[in-house]
Design a protein around this ligand. Sequence first.
Ligand SMILES: *Cc1c(COP(=O)(O)O)cnc(C)c1O
Length: 460
Amino acid sequence: MKYPPEPFRIKTIEAITRTTDWERLAIIQDAGFNVFNIPAEKIYIDLLTDSGTSAMSDNQWAGMMLGDESYAGSKNYFHFEKMIHKIFGFKYVIPTHQGRVAENLLFSTILKDKPGLVIPNNNHFDTTRANVEYNGGIATDLVVDIAKDTQVLDNFKGNIDLKKLTALIEEVGAERIPIGMLTITNNSGGGQPVSMENIRGTSELLHKHGIPFFIDACRFAENAYFIKTREPGYRDKSIMDIANEMFSYADGCTMSAKKDGLVNMGGFFATNNEELAQQITNRLILIEGFPTYGGLAGRDLEAIARGLEEVLHEDYLAYRISQVEELGDRLIDAGVPILRPAGGHAIYLDAKGFLPHIPQSQFPGIALTVALYTHAGIRAVEIGSLMFAHKDPITGEVQYPDLELVRLAIPRRVYTNSQMQYVAENIIEIYETRTAIRGYDIEYEAAVLRHFTARLKPRS
Ligand SMILES: *Cc1c(COP(=O)(O)O)cnc(C)c1O
């Protein structure tokens, strides 16, 4: 079956309300035409992010009732640790309340007092880059060149370019590269997977130069499923075996459990390096809490332990990946321009191709997010000029990003396939009447991270 159905049934529901066209017009005006400013209750289908938006299972909720809220040595920590040993295989397991805290602990430890160190990655996620740069490091993206072409089809567009990595090591010297990383799947690169061959090759190359290798593991199960279905030699392996192999090549990982942990809050850092684990544990106590809870309640640790077990189920992953793919296929069939192939967790609309009559200076991605909301109550996020365009510090000229994307991130186990069909049909309707959509001007912007709080107005 090309698009397998949901491998669960619904036991409890959360009502969502459909606003009228007139209500949405008033709401978007109040929001300054920025969907971040809309109260979530006024959204019909919320595709803003797949982070922390998963639906938990009855098994996870039942586990939460077994929360052991002891300050030290909670039984849920031991279950959490055991699951991480089983899947990731790393010896030292340090819970944190989000992925970015794991990143903060790692980079504030390894980059401390040594400015100018370089961290290579396929693509740094924005919190990863921010944690590297805030601690004085240089975050370098070395993804394969084909990743930059939205229309080239390839199985593993998330791979790091090993030639670029070799050149970087030669150029800056291994002693200035404290660790190398891979982000699986490559979130900033369209949710594209990384092959086992590339993970193994990265590990060998880094280790040859004495550089430790860490994985940003947020979507490790989705990546493992892509390896199973796309990479020769893995079809008959279980997701657990594939995950074990992926992490066997690494010295540690950072993880946001808000993605493939199938929970609403949580994360961890794990490594085999005893000295690093010790240093990070000492910092953890300062900023998050005792090492057996690290900013989380016992019940949260239990929900993560159970989520990590459930996310490996192959029928879940087959449904998950194909739900995203089916949305992509419906749009491609109708001629709607999207980044191809479909990512593991999101579909990215190509706003430049969608609205060629709107120049980048008038925010085509914003125009599209506004149309999605006013037409159908769908919330997506612009990843384009509002997020990334900036003035060149020397010439003062505005530099625009290569791509104007609108990301439709699909929460895990939340929306039914008929709701996804609603999304596809409405995007197609918008596409058919796209010439009527106008560009936007900024009315208010903050100095940094302006996309979260900017207010805009449509051009007349
Ligand atoms: C979400 C994410 C993070 C950060 O995790 P938070 O839990 O949001 O702090 C880091 N890396 C990647 C690839 C992510 O998707």
